[in-house]
Write a protein that binds this ligand. Structure first.
Ligand SMILES: [Zn+2]
Length: 127
């Protein structure tokens, strides 16, 4: 994991939080492509090696980063959804809320209840 140290110590804030580091790496690649500096750090306030990672970007870059990701999600058929728990807007290809890990509720789709999300399995397996 490479962390661009030049942005650490400046006013970086969490742009995404995810248990899947690869997913954050993907987002980071998209942001880097748009010339937005991003760093992935383990979100570990208690020193317990939690499997949660934060993608940090400069506070001033948040609007641009959201726009960059919104552009990216246009290429998928999935519309973004609103987390029922924290009301965060989540890109359509995510099955978990990136902010609070709430599993996506697909509303009237009956498959939602029995749907087994790979992301959820992965986070359990990595504990
Ligand atoms: Zn949420």
């Amino acid at each position: 994991m490479t962390v661009p140290s030049q942005i650490i110590g400046e006013s970086t804030t969490t742009f995404r939080r995810d248990t899947n580091e690869l997913r954050l790496e993907f987002i980071r690649a998209v942001l880097m492509h748009c010339h937005i500096q991003a760093a992935i750090v383990r979100h570990d306030p208690f020193g317990m090696l939690s499997g949660i990672f934060d993608l940090l970007i400069l506070a001033a870059d948040h609007a641009r980063a959201r726009a960059a990701l919104a552009e990216m999600t246009v290429t998928t058929d999935e519309a973004e959804w609103t987390c029922p728990f924290c009301l965060e807007i989540v890109p359509g290809h995510f099955e978990l809320c990136w902010n609070c890990d709430t599993v996506r509720n697909r509303g009237s789709d009956n498959e939602a209840a029995s749907e087994c999300t790979p992301a959820a399995q992965q986070s359990v397996a990595s504990i």
